[in-house]
Structure formats: C-alpha cells, structure tokens
Design a protein around this ligand. Sequence first.
Ligand code: CIZ
Ligand code: SF4
Length: 365
Amino acid sequence: MSAALKIDRFNLLPDDECEARIVAAKRLLGRRLVILGHHYQRDEVFRHADFTGDSLKLSQLAAQTDAEFIVFCGVHFMAEVADIVTGGRRTVILPDLAAGCSMADMADLAKVRKCWKELSEVIDPDEQVTPVTYINSAADLKAFCGEHGGIVCTSSNARAVLEWAYGRREKVLFFPDQHLGRNTAYRMGIPLEHMALWDFTKPMGGLTPERIRQAKIILWKGFCSVHQMFHPQHIHKFRREHPQGKVISHPENDFEVCQLSDYVGSTEYILRTVRASESGTHWLVGTELNLVNRLKAEMAPKGVTVQFMSPMVCMCSTMFRTDPQHLAWTLDNLVANQVVNQIRVPEAVAVPARRALDRMLEVVD
Ligand code: CIZ
Ligand code: SF4
C-alpha cells in the first residue's frame, strides 16, 4: 500500500483547487462516503456535506448510514459519538484533529470522579444523583454516565432528558455547560436557589454540605467561549431599534440573555423558528456566526431580516479548523485507499458510553 498523502502539500493549495478535488473525490467514492456537516461549519466546507444538522441529528444519521466512511465536519466529540453509535463498524474521520471544543475540555474524567467522590461525603450520589453530560464532552465522560445510571443530552433534548433523570433520582449533576443546565432546569420550574454551581477548581466544588443537600441540580462551572460574547446590552439596543423585533438565543447563553430572549433553543430550533416567520420580521440571533450568516442570506429574499447578536465576530475557532484543505486531504487519501485521522473510541469506553447515548436516543424517539 502506498504511503498516505501529506497535509503540508494540501495546506498550500488555494480554496478553489481544494473545492475541485473535494467534488472529484466525492464522485469517485460515491456511496462509500457520507460527509456530515455541523451548522457551525464554514461555508467552504458546509456546502460539501451530504447531511447537515446539530449534533443530535447528525448522531442519528451516523447511526443509520451504511456508508463505509463517515467524514465528520464538526468537532472531536461529535466524531467520537459517530464511532460509538456505529459500533465501530464504520470508519469515522475528523479532517483536522485539532478541531476540539473548549467547553468539552472544561470537564475531564479525573475531575468528575473527584466531584462524585466529594459528593459522596455528603450524600449518596449513586442513590440520589443522575449524572447528565451534555453531548459536548469526551467519550469517557459519557462512559462515566453510562456506568452511573446517567445519560447524555443535547441542546435539542435537554428538557426531556432532565425529566427522564428526575424520574429516577432526586438530583442531577450536569456537566460541562452550566448555562444549558441552568436555563433548562429553570424552565422546568426549578428555582435558582435550588441550583448549585460546582467550581471544579475548589475543594468540594466551593460548596457547603448544606448547599449540596439543598440542590436539585449541581451545575458544572463550564461554558462556551463563543456564546459568552453575547450580552444583555445587545438585546436592549436591538429592542430600542426594532420594538417589534424578535430575539432568539441558544441555551448555551447565560441566564440573563436567555431570560431577555423571546425564544431559546438549539441550532435546529433556531433554524426552524426563523424559517417559519413571516415577511417583515426582524430577528436578533444569539449563536455562532457561520450559522447566522447563512440564515441571514437564506431569509433575505423572503423579506425576513436576521441580525447577529454581537457587534464582534463570535465564530467557533475550533469548528473553523476544518477547512477545505483538510477536507480535500482526507478525501484524496480515501481515494488512494488511505485512512487518515480516524477517530476510534476504545471498546472499554465505547460500550458504557453507548449505554448513556442509547438512553438519550430512546428519550428522543
Ligand atoms: O448540539 C449541537 O449540535 C450544538 C453544539 C449546538 C446546537 O444547539 O445544535
Ligand atoms: Fe464548543 Fe462552543 Fe464551539 Fe460549540 S461553539 S463547539 S460549545 S466551543
């Protein structure tokens, strides 16, 4: 077998040449290949996806495909999920291995295990706490949830998943995103006083035993660096300029931004809601810039205006890593019978992680 083609040569190619290579390779690989594209991907990559969606939709599509190769234009945890739900029977590829998620990195197995152990000094977590991990997390955290009666959620199904969790145990430990946890729990009627923030840099999460006993939900102190750029003053300014306008935000935004918004939901929900609006509607949208720009261009001919929430550029820099050069490189290698950047979750992690993912997929169906 010949050696794999090197990325260095591809990094020097202009976008239009990569584009031509991607199109040609897709033709050659035909049904052996499926390209999945997350909503936050840049246009030059997004346009080559066979299927686009949020992480929930893409993980369901991955589970169903019979293609031999799944090239995941998204971030690392999404490719891991695709490998887990396909039971390792497909070859899952992440075009740039540096495409991680800064929020996912805020929780790791050692810290979560430490938290569980510290909680057990005050309560009995295996009896009283359901661990819920946002899909934006490493596979070993999903495995932790699988082993402790827990579950995975996405921003599309967080409420249904929390309801499932409370149906089993009285408390939830939610990681890594405090905002998704807080915003969802609040909408379910859990008051802020019954939410405790676990600061993983401090012993006992910085909480008193009393606070832990009182809490209905313990929120890991993680956040998305992209969504933390949106602020209440952006919404106030928009409302002054467009009193009839509508504000829609992602639940990774902080509590105040979500409280001030008319609608809060996942990327799929944002797309669905804005697409269903009438001509003449003005929208302010608080989520990643690539998605908002595409939605803006799509809705302009329908007389619907879409405005990005921040005056600054808030792009997910890790989603941005997947460029046409890396996509062309992975596809040209597949044409040459070489697999580069395969994501493979070890069996010992994949099996319990799958248990937590399957619980989620059952809740959604
Ligand atoms: O779940 C996803 O795909 C993410 C990261 C955002 C969303 O709401 O779709
Ligand atoms: Fe992670 Fe935020 Fe990027 Fe989503 S937008 S992949 S949560 S860093």
